[in-house]
Ligand binder design. Structure first.
Ligand code: ATP
Ligand code: MG
Length: 180
């Protein structure tokens, strides 16, 4: 399973639609300070369902929408799509590629899609569960994450190991069943 491409449109410092493609193996993003490197990892977090504005380095969710510069007017929405190679079927869907899209309008209206079909945030969360990807996955190690793992409470540490072992979904399903 690997990240094949990332498409940004109106997200943070990327007003125009751009597509970044990645090969298997290591990719490094280089550039001067403030050129948008961290905005790329923010986009990956965001499209996988991140709800914390703090993790996205903003004050409110609207801050992910291109806010304009002296030369350009602001955008009305932010849209990010991520395409993941699924030829090994690590994600429980019968297709070789999975594309997840998130769009947010200034009005606050938002949409999520999987392979073009409208879904709920919950569906994205469930799809990524136990793959290591997703909002609660360990595939993005941000600054401070290592220290957090070492110093966090044993219950939180256990959650990280459960995700890595691929058993989070059982705890999740049990909790969901108990709600009903
Ligand atoms: P560093 O090397 O310092 O870590 P970086 O390449 O990671 O820099 P980012 O933090 O990704 O840089 O990008 C910061 C830039 O993104 C700033 O110039 C900021 O103005 C711009 N930016 C962030 N949010 C928006 C937004 N909503 N609209 C327009 N520009 C934005
Ligand atoms: Mg940075």
């Amino acid at each position: 399973m690997h990240l094949k491409s990332l498409e940004l449109h109106g997200f943070k410092s990327f007003p125009d639609k751009i597509k970044l493609t990645f090969n298997k193996g290591l990719t490094a993003v280089v550039g001067p300070n403030g050129s948008g490197k961290s905005n790329i990892s923010d986009a990956i977090r965001w499209v996988m369902g991140e709800q914390s504005t703090k993790n996205l380095r903003g004050a409110k969710m609207e801050d992910v929408i291109f806010g304009g510069t002296q030369m350009r007017k602001p955008q009305g929405f932010a849209q990010v799509s991520i395409t993941i190679d699924n030829s090994e079927r690590r994600i429980d869907m019968d297709c070789d590629e999975v594309t997840v899209t998130r769009k947010l309008y200034r009005s606050g209206e938002s949409e999520y899609r999987i392979n073009g079909n409208h879904v709920r945030l919950k569906d994205i969360h469930e799809m990524f569960m136990d793959t290591g990807l997703g909002r609660d996955g360990y595939s993005i190690i941000g600054q401070g994450k290592i220290a957090e793992i070492i110093s966090s409470k044993s219950t939180q540490r256990r959650e990280i190991f459960e995700e890595a072992a691929g058993i989070s979904k059982y705890r999740y399903r049990k909790a969901e069943a108990q709600k009903q």
